[in-house]
Design a protein around this ligand. Structure first.
Ligand SMILES: Cc1ncc(COP(=O)(O)O)c(C=O)c1O
Length: 251
């Protein structure tokens, strides 16, 4: 899912890199070059509004149902666009629940096989929460469809990139903005116990941008108020989106 702000595909090369990596790990031939992908997206873009482009690629249409790869098939591509609707209640913060991360071991692959994530997100929704924060052996991995950040002892922490998480494009942008603005940060393991002492918790994704969590497992986070660092980082992200579009739109 690639956001398009003011007609500009946001961090397109990072999305391509992750797509290429996921296709390689899934052993699906990449049907297009980056330039061809871009050309396919252009007719979907409307410069007058913020949108996202969503695409799915499959290995191909098999004649016979089997788990082993079908031979001689061509990858299928589906692409669509939609308006980006601002996430309601973003500036007031959301509730989250911690759940055991029972997904498989290759969460670094962006795939359409999302059953684990879906069942976990649904459990969160049924607890009146916007997201499930997933925990494996006592340590936070990520959200059901987001990356997790926490401010602990004044340091912005997010779990490191490995097979337990999908490396988010938004996550990378936040870390770059932290570095550029001298905000202390670390990519480090984060226990659920440490998360519960955090002065701020955020969820990051292309769809929801940076979402402050004000309640975790029924307990208020820092008194239930949206934190100052979130205010600052959200402002930096909004400015960055504008600058990025200005600098990356062909004149
Ligand atoms: C499991 C998971 N982690 C993290 C993310 C955040 O990735 P991005 O910032 O690239 O949207 C997503 C987004 O779909 C996700 O599904």
């Amino acid at each position: 899912m690639i956001p398009v702000y003011q007609g500009c595909l946001f961090r397109l090369d990072a999305h391509f890199e992750r797509l290429e990596n996921s296709l390689a790990l899934t052993r699906i031939d990449n049907p297009y070059t980056r330039e061809q992908w871009r050309e396919n997206m252009v007719p979907l873009i409307d410069n007058t509004k913020d949108q996202y482009i969503y695409m799915q690629i499959t290995r191909g249409a098999a004649e016979k149902r089997d788990h082993a790869f079908p031979l001689g098939v061509k990858p299928t591509v589906f692409m669509m666009c939609n308006d980006i609707a601002p996430f309601e209640g973003k500036s007031a913060g959301v509730k989250a629940v911690s759940l055991e991360d029972n997904r498989w071991g290759l969460c670094n692959i962006k795939a359409i096989a999302l059953l684990g994530n879906i069942l976990l997100r649904q459990q969160a929704v049924e607890k009146d929460c916007a997201e499930a924060i997933l925990v494996r052996e006592g340590y936070v991995t990520e959200g059901a469809a987001s990356n997790v950040f926490a401010v602990v002892d004044g340091v912005l922490i997010t779990p490191p990139k490995n097979n337990a998480i999908l490396s988010g494009i938004t996550r990378d942008v936040i870390l770059e903005l932290a570095q550029a603005n001298r905000i202390p940060y670390a990519e480090d393991i984060l226990s659920l116990d440490a998360l519960k002492t955090a002065s701020e918790i955020w969820l990051a994704s292309s769809t929801r941008e940076i979402l402050p969590v004000i309640e975790l497992d029924g307990e208020l986070v820092a008194g239930g108020k949206v934190g100052r660092l979130w205010q600052a980082m959200n402002g930096l992200l909004q400015n960055y989106k504008i600058t990025y579009a200005e600098e990356n739109t062909p004149s």
